[in-house]
Write a protein that binds this ligand. Structure first.
Ligand code: DQA
Length: 140
């Protein structure tokens, strides 16, 4: 199973940024743990702060990979273009959030991408990514 994990804007600062919300671990550290935990899967990791680069990456792997785990960061709440990219490809996409977006400001309650994703996981810290991988592994 080939799985791409995509992180959107500001998520390159995990471990540094607002640690009371997002925790103290860097994503690189967490990703190493994921690769060790699931040696039977092939993982790729991509992060960008640029909306168009996230869209290009979805296009690039969206007809060949088995799954995409996507934390679109704030683009979740703003980007119809990202939603269109997810609709365009065949690979199932799981929406992930580290924080429980529904416990936060109202502007974070709406997701443009939720309706075009296979499902959404929010609020379990970095473990949200693992839960998404578990979900993918049971459907593909
Ligand atoms: C986030 C939640 C978003 O509202 C926020 O803009 C992020 C991170 C999360 O993982 O909890 O950048 O996607």
């Amino acid at each position: 199973m080939n799985v791409l994990i995509i992180n959107g804007p500001n998520l390159n600062l995990l471990g540094i940024r607002e640690t009371s919300i997002y925790g103290e671990k860097s994503f690189t550290q967490y990703f190493e743990g994921i690769c060790k935990k699931y040696p039977q899967y092939h993982f790729e990791y991509f992060q960008s702060n640029i909306e168009g680069e996230l869209i290009d990456k979805i296009h690039e792997v969206g007809y060949s990979y088995d799954g995409i785990v996507l934390n679109a960061g704030a683009y979740t709440h703003t980007s119809l273009a990202l939603a269109d990219a997810i609709s365009a490809v065949k690979t199932p996409v799981i929406e992930v959030h580290i924080s429980n977006v529904f416990k936060r400001e109202k502007v974070r309650h709406h997701s443009f991408i939720a309706p075009v994703c296979m499902g959404s996981i929010s609020g379990f810290g970095l473990d949200s990514y693992r839960l998404a991988i578990e979900a993918l592994s049971s459907v593909i």
